[in-house]
Write a protein that binds this ligand. Structure first.
Ligand code: AKB
Length: 313
């Protein structure tokens, strides 16, 4: 099928890089960026942009019709930390944005949909190491509850109405091009800015809190990759892994490049969230079903981040 793509939430951490990669692949004019706020210079200059509030279904429908969209990447979400501060707002945005797009897909306005899930679907009772695709899934955070509900609604629309919806359970994502906001894994990006600017960082997690992480390029390749097969992959939302580390291990890796770097620890409420998430992920189903394979390892990620940020801060 000739793809005409709409990215909703194109000014966010994943959306920004996703738009640029999709434009490289499908051509600038075939990838429409959209958000309630302006994107970065590259996104705004390289192709079409629509101011769009995903909570307004009619507005979304108009944009779909105007650009004859075939595929939507719905990259809108309130992440774990902010969701704990405002549970009802997070529920409303995370769920109603999804319902609006699922309904439009059900009514034939979209042929294929990507929706992001997260390792936050797992909870304190889930096995922490090499967390399997199918396991105990009882999240204890607002964000996790919304992601699990979202996965279930995606399955429902797929089974009941034949909606082609695909999803990934992202781990923490690391990039020097875009900054995250409101997540528990954000420290793994902040630490690089502080290491370069101040040679020190105070981490909001305990030193031995291991979490699964991934370099953004791999996450973008996976996101586009899962949308490629003509036949639907068997799971709606796939586990995805790359590498795992604790703040202490990341600090050690940074110290190899910046020997003066010092880390200290002042755990706050984010520690509680992190403790309920897996430490590493079994992504064998994604590897088998649609050929997922991460390319960037921990050391390479540290090199890329330090080199990339030297030029930007
Ligand atoms: C968060 O920390 O909330 C996100 C996530 C793991 O989904 N980065």
């Amino acid at each position: 099928m000739d793809s005409k793509i709409l990215v909703i939430g194109s000014s966010g951490q994943i959306g920004t890089e996703l738009v640029l990669k999709l434009r490289e692949i499908y051509g600038n004019k075939n990838v429409i960026a959209s958000d309630i706020r302006k994107g970065n210079y590259e996104v705004m200059e390289s192709g079409p942009f629509e101011y769009l509030d995903v909570m307004n279904k009619n507005e979304v429908k108009e944009v779909l019709e105007k650009h004859e969209i075939t595929e939507v990447y719905l990259m809108v979400a309130i992440l774990s930390v902010i969701a704990e501060q405002n549970p009802l707002k997070a529920w409303e945005l995370n769920m109603n944005s999804l319902f609006n797009i699922l309904e439009l897909a059900k009514n034939g306005y979209i042929k294929r949909l990507f929706w992001p899930s997260s390792i936050a679907v797992f909870g304190p009772d889930t096995p922490k190491e090499m967390t399997p695709q199918d396991t105990v899934i009882k999240p204890s955070t607002v964000y996790g509850i919304s992601k699990l509900a979202g996965e279930n609604w995606c399955s429902y629309y797929r089974n009941k109405y034949g909606v082609d919806v695909r999803s990934i359970r992202y781990p923490g994502l690391i990039s020097y091009k875009t900054t995250p906001g409101g997540g528990t894994t954000d420290y793994a990006v902040e630490i690089f800015y502080e290491a370069i600017k101040r040679k020190s960082y105070t981490c909001f997690l305990e030193k031995d809190t291991v979490l699964p992480m991934m370099y953004m390029d791999d996450a973008i390749n996976a996101t586009i990759g899962i949308m490629q097969p003509e036949s639907l992959p068997s799971y709606v939302s796939y586990n995805l892994g790359a590498f795992s580390f604790s703040p202490e291990e990341l600090a050690e890796a940074i110290k190899m490049k910046i020997p003066q770097f010092e880390i200290s620890y002042k755990p706050d409420a984010r520690q509680e969230i992190a403790m309920t998430w897996p430490q590493s992920i079994d992504d064998s189903k994604a590897r088998k079903d649609w050929g997922w394979e991460p390319k960037v390892g921990l050391e390479e990620m540290v090199d890329i981040m330090l080199q990339g940020l030297h030029f930007t801060i």
